[in-house]
Design a protein around this ligand. Structure first.
Ligand code: NAD
Length: 495
């Protein structure tokens, strides 16, 4: 098998007639509309999948409801749920090559990043979650009313969970939501993004093979209409959403009307990277470059606002521009590729348009700022300078490989923090300095859900992840991920 040739199982999967996955099997759509699935690295249509309808959503929610109300999952002994989730993780790991190829051809991501950053971390999170069913316990509570009491809490799974995920990490975004739902005994209707449905279908089949009962994990394919139907469904108990802030707002509105449905949201970001003059630049520069150019910048935590002390500004910019120039941009399946394409022609146009607008507003181009001609939707790693905190490109999420560089000359931490916090978002941030006291004082002032010191990405299965302000509500990963999947029940009896 050469590097660009697909695994036989990947080819076989792509040759199949794909559809929704409901009550343990691939289910044909109730409608006749289909939507295209593209390979963004070649700019071609790979295949078409059914576009879901309200009837498909109803069927999937009914299957999840039946599995929750009567099925064996939440009633299964916790140590057995542990084994099944662990087996699911093992199967995903065994199928890494095929899943990584599906992620790469469907999203464009480099195959190495797919294997380690997306599938490897998803397997790790499922194993982390597999340890939890035996530990999701209630408490005994001392009651102050007269007499003797026995009072305690139980933690019940919230019920049927709709999970709506974006295209930038199709499998990983699903795993972040599947892990707490499965461990807590919920049942699931997953809606992948319309652009990237492949790995979700594959995952649902592996779940059955692992022993997750039919109806526990359902998949409905489709776009905004299917997402809206799920958000407004009266029989959905909780929605877990990752995507844009605008859609997060629409979902919250629909959910409130439907059933006051609980909603957790992981939304957009415009994450600051703060570099003090004493930072170890030989380590900081590659970390800053990785922070914005990984995933071609299509990562919610991308470090897209760079604040450098003026004493180090020129050296940092020069270093990050050099790193950008050396990045191998290309087709995801080529093992030499470090940065893949953008997801679609429309998104490429949007990213290019935002950069052109920044230049019209007075930004200078340090490097990049143009599309790469060829078959796919490639855009050069880009750095813009001569910006102010009010520049549109500094305020709005680009979701592409575009870094906005600004300098500061203040030594007052509150003033630096005010600038870093001057965004509607609050998802991630990073601080580069050799002075650990300074780093922690700064971290206390930055309003973001995830803060890295001398590293931009700091993900781990045990670390909670989520946003402040318009970056979302609720936390995924870590123990905190269970808060939104469990209801607390108080039980008290006078003795
Ligand atoms: P999007 O909001 O357009 O789509 C996300 C999902 O929502 C898709 O499945 C889509 O089909 C569905 N959807 C669209 N309209 C809907 C509606 N009206 N009701 C219900 N569902 C609807 O986002 P996108 O363009 O696919 O992804 C990019 C965005 O996602 C960026 O803003 C990025 O920051 C964000 N994101 C956030 C995180 C995080 O963890 N915070 C992670 C990845 C991506």
């Amino acid at each position: 098998m050469t590097a660009l040739e697909l695994h036989p199982q990947t080819k076989a999967f792509l040759a199949r007639t794909l559809g929704h996955f409901i009550a343990g099997q691939v289910a044909p759509s109730q409608g006749d509309k289909t939507s295209p699935v593209h390979d963004p690295g070649r700019g071609i249509e790979l295949l078409r999948v059914p576009l879901g309808t309200q009837a498909d959503v109803d069927r999937a929610v009914a299957a999840a409801r039946a599995a929750f109300d009567t099925g064996p999952w939440r009633g299964m002994k916790p140590n057995m749920r542990t084994r099944v989730i662990w087996k699911f993780a093992d199967l995903i790991e065994e199928h890494t090559q095929v899943l990584a190829e599906l992620e790469s051809i469907n999203n464009g991501m480099p195959i190495g990043a797919a294997k380690i950053g997306h599938i490897g971390t998803s397997v790790d999170l499922l194993r982390y979650a597999a340890g939890w069913p035996t530990k999701l316990t209630g408490r005994t509570i001392p009651v102050s009313a007269p007499g003797e009491w026995h009072a305690y809490t139980l933690r019940d799974p919230v019920g049927v969970v709709a999970q709506i995920v974006p295209w930038n990490g199709p499998l990983m975004m699903a795993a972040w939501k599947l892990a707490p739902a499965l461990a807590s005994g919920c049942t699931i209707v997953l809606k992948p993004a319309e652009q990237t449905p492949l790995s979700a279908i594959y995952l649902a089949e592996l779940a059955i093979e692992a022993g997750i009962p039919e109806g526990v994990f359902n998949v409905v394919l489709g776009g905004a209409e299917v997402g809206a139907a799920l958000s407004a469904h009266p029989d959905v108990d909780k929605i877990a959403f990752t995507g844009s802030t605008a859609v997060g707002r629409a979902i919250a509105g629909a959910a409130a009307q439907a059933n006051f449905t609980r909603v957790t949201r992981e939304l957009g970001g415009k994450s600051p990277v703060i570099v003090f003059p004493d930072a170890d630049l030989s380590a900081a520069i590659p970390a800053i470059a990785a922070g914005i150019f990984s995933g071609a910048g299509q990562i919610c935590t991308a470090g897209s606002r760079l604040y450098v002390h003026e004493k180090a500004f020129d050296r940092v910019l020069e270093g990050v521009a050099e790193a950008a120039g050396k990045l191998s941009v290309g087709y995801g399946l080529d093992p030499a590729t470090q940065m893949g394409p953008l997801i679609s022609a429309a998104h490429l146009q949007r990213v290019a348009g935002m950069t052109e607008n920044a230049v019209r507003e007075g930004a200078s181009v340090v490097t990049g700022a143009e599309a790469i001609e060829g078959g796919g939707y490639f855009y050069k790693p880009t750095i813009l300078a001569s910006l102010t905190p009010d520049s549109t490109i500094v305020r709005e999420e680009v979701f592409g490989p575009v870094l906005s560089a600004l300098r500061f000359n203040d030594d007052d931490l509150d003033a630096i923090a005010a600038e870093a916090n001057g965004s509607a978002y609050g998802l991630a941030a990073s601080i580069f300095t050799r002075d650990f006291s300074l780093a922690h004082r700064m971290a206390a002032r930055v309003r973001a859900g995830t803060i890295g010191i001398n590293r931009h990405f700091v993900g781990d299965s045990a670390l909670p992840f989520g946003g402040f302000r318009q970056s979302g509500w609720g936390r995924e990963k870590g123990e905190d991920m269970f808060n939104a999947y469990l209801e607390t029940k108080a039980i008290a009896a006078p003795l």
